[in-house]
Design a protein. Sequence first.
Length: 397
Amino acid sequence: MSAPLHAVLGSMKKTIFVLIIAFIGSIAKAQVKMSSSDSSAAHTIVLGSGEGFLIIDGATNTYAPGTRIIVRPGIYTNGLIVQNLKDVTICGKDVTIDGLSQTDEGFNSCLNLSKLTNVTITGFTTQNNGYRMLNINSRMVNVTLDSLSFINCAQGIYVNSNNKLIWDGTDATVNLLNFKITNSEFINCGGNELSGGIEKGYIYNLVKNLIVSNNIFSGGNPGNLITCRAIDGFKVFHNTIDGVNPTNNDDNRLIMMTGNGDAYNNKFTNYEGHAIAIWPVSFGKTVKTSHIYNNTCIGARRYAAFEFQEFKEYAIHGLTTKSDLVVNGNICGDINTDHWTGYPGTFIDNYQFGYMGGKVTLINNKGYNFFPMPTNNIYWNLAKPAVVRGNVYQHTK
């Protein structure tokens, strides 16, 4: 028996209504998708001519949060200035900043950074510069340098210390706060100076929460490779350092940190100087412990693999206190291959003389082929560490 006419009409109305709702919904989704696509496109801009000189300045042009600024590919021979920006990414893929074979004409052809907050800079290549390959001229907050290439540059990343920002115990007076150097390569370049200092009863240009990770450093005679003279919390890890300081015989420190933090899972080969030096200081009243662990140090021409030093002037009432150091689980071999007689090759030069009260723990490290060969299980120079255990040495690998 067929359904009544009014029932059939009612069913058809319901079906039509459902179809209309579905159609409206699909249009809305399409509009949202288009809006999202348009929004993404609106936040990506291309700047530069592919040559010469470029200024990217947030004071003269407004860039919305999340903007991706792409620098037009090419060779820039007069450098780039990036300043007064917040919440943006600067992309320099296939962009080369060239110093014209380290000549005077290309002296200032580098990246110049000033007044950046929440900014990532990625992809650039700076090469053949006779001066600084990257210059930082002001306070930086949450800035990341990622996937950069530096080739044949006389000086490294340099933080200008002419204007000293005095630390008052707060993050507002930290000069580099949450600064990162990641996934980059440094080939035949000078040293990287991240500034900072402790002197005359005050601390200036403090760096806090520094990350240096997954970088490659090769060649060059920089002396100290990365230096920070006032650092509260660093993590230096998964870096590869090879062939640094082939003709530099100074008392160098490839990773030189005055402060506190951790250096781990780094590989050093065929180099000169201490691989890692930590001159421990805790900023504030809380004692912090630094760690050097799981690093591989093979083929040091001179000096012990690691170094600890303290100084009386680093003890500032109300601002600093002592910091301890734990050296644990490192592999160190072929230390002092020059057979230099100034300092024996060993795990650590330990200046633990009680100036601030910091202690060194030396445990579970493996060593081979030190010159001269250690005797009586003494694997340090100068003062005996506070804790020594589990270290193993053999004459050959």
